[in-house]
Every structure is written in C-alpha cells, then in structure tokens.
Design a protein. Structure first.
Length: 293
C-alpha cells in the first residue's frame, strides 16, 4: 500500500473533513475520497462515519490511525537516519590548481555532512577530465576554461577566475605601474605543461601580437613553478587562487597587466543524464551557494 494513502488518512482524521484535508495536501477532494475508499477496501472495514455534518473515525479507523501514526513516524525517522549516514563514493575529476587550492575546504565540509562517504579526488588533464565525465568514470568534473567548456556536458559556471602574471619582487617589470604586451619581448617565462588551457591562451595572445614566447622552464608542478619564480628564474601565468597566499605575504609580485583574452571560468561538468545522489547534490550546492554569498 502506498504511504501516500496513509498520509491522506491521517490528515482526514486530523481535520475531520475531506475538504480541509484536500486543501492542506493540495489534492482534489475526489482524489481524497478515492484514496480513503481504497484503504477501506484494503482493510474491508469503514474507516469514517458521519454524525450529522461531523466526520468521525470508526472504531477500526481509530485502531488503524494509531498504527499509521507510528508507521509514518518510523518512516520519517528512517529517512533522517539514512540521510545522515550516507555512504558510497563520490568521484571528482579536476585540475591540479583546483585540487590543491580550491577544493580542500569543500571536501572538509562534505566529510562533516557525510562521515561515511568515500571521496575520490583525481587531478587530471582538461581533455582527459571531460572524457571521463562523459564516460561516467567521474561523477563530476571541475576545471578552468571559457564557459561552456564542452557542449556535450552540462556546464555550470561557478565564478570567473582571474589569471595573473607573477614575477620575482626584484624583476624590472614588477617595478612598473603598468605592463603592456610589448614589454614581454625580452621576458623569460616559466610555463606549465603543454595542453594546459591557460598556457595555450597566453601563447595564442602573444602569437597574435607577433611576440615570441621565451620559455626558460616547462614544469608540471605549480608549487615548483612558484618557487622558481621566487628565486628569480622567470615570469609565470597562473590562476589567482594558486598564488593568492604568496601575493598576500609579499613573496611574489603580481604584474600590473590584464587582457580580455586571458579569462577563465571555474565551472562544474556533469553528464546530462547523470543520476544526482544526495551527496552529489550537496557538493554542488556547497560550491555554488558559497560563491553566491
């Protein structure tokens, strides 16, 4: 028997009226009548009787109501208990900068919400990440790219993420009040690995303005890149979240340079037919609501 019928029965008993129960539950009165009639056929007894204009429970109806209240209370308790003890696995694919500098506080919140949840975080390349979200290997993907990152996936823009050029404090360009593209003719850069989206954006920008990209070092680790910049080995382009603590501490200089083509959006990627588990819904809500605040 559908629990909806028991909820309807409980509401009619509380309101002592089919009409008021229908208004409270948002059903048509005919639907309320039909559900009570089905219950009466199921138990083969009348559940309500009329005394003039007043609707009362029959003796069998009173007995059933006591059981129904217990049943519905137990059902509601079971939902709360299971929701607070969700287990299973949440698989997240992302890029190194987000894995290291953006996600940890949110992962901590998820473990507080779902202590039994197994969270698997996989730093990956952008192309591999999108492919694995399509194939279902990752429940969700997070990356930095221009929105939308992929038209075959459901992309949700969380926020715009600035890209910044960082330099040693002693670098000549860090002493300028403004830096133009032409100032990069003689500059030496420390770059991320090939295939990195924001490296590609910067290379294309320099190419469009006939400025050669002089690569001193090509490194795959963001912490190594920052250390090399701090030691005077070159300039680097990185997401602001990856360098904000060093900039605040005065360990690195942010060059006074910006360009409309150097724009990234932090976005969530989901398969269009992905089943939304409660932990996955909570994770998405955490990410999007915090940014809106």
């Amino acid at each position: 028997m559908d629990l909806t019928y028991f909820r309807t029965f409980r509401e009619v008993a509380r309101r002592k009226s089919f009409t008021r129960a229908a208004e409270e539950l948002g059903y048509a009165q005919s639907s309320i009548t039909m559900q009570i009639q089905k219950l009466e056929r199921e138990y083969n007894v009348p559940l309500f009787e009329r005394y003039g204009r007043e609707l009362r429970l029959t003796v069998p109806g009173e007995s059933l109501l006591k059981l129904v209240v217990q049943m519905l209370d137990l059902y509601d308790q079971s939902k709360e208990m299971i929701a607070s003890q969700v287990s299973g696995t949440l698989t997240i694919g992302t890029i190194n900068s987000l894995a290291a500098y953006y996600l940890p506080p949110y992962l901590h919140q998820m473990k507080q919400l779902y202590p039994g949840l197994n969270i698997q975080l996989y730093p990956d390349s952008e192309s591999s990440l999108m492919s694995k979200v399509k194939d279902g290997d990752y429940d969700i993907g997070l990356l930095l790219d221009r929105y939308p990152a992929n038209n075959q996936l459901t992309c949700t823009k969380v926020r715009e993420e600035p890209l910044v050029l960082i330099a040693p404090l002693s670098h000549t360009l860090s002493q300028q009040t403004a830096v133009e593209l032409g100032d990069f003719h003689e500059a030496e850069f420390i770059v991320t690995e090939e295939g990195c989206i924001y490296r590609g954006m910067f290379e294309q920008l320099l190419k469009d303005h006939a400025i050669p990209l002089r690569i001193g070092f090509e490194l795959g680790n963001l912490e190594t890149i920052k250390q090399c910049v701090m030691n005077g080995l070159g300039i680097a382009l990185l997401p602001h979240i990856a360098v904000q603590s060093e900039l605040s501490a005065g360990k690195l200089a942010q060059l006074p340079f910006s360009h409309a083509d150097l724009r990234m959006d932090l976005q969530l990627l989901l398969h269009p037919k992905k089943w939304m588990s409660q932990p996955l819904q909570s994770f998405i809500q955490l990410l999007t609501s915090e940014e809106q605040d």
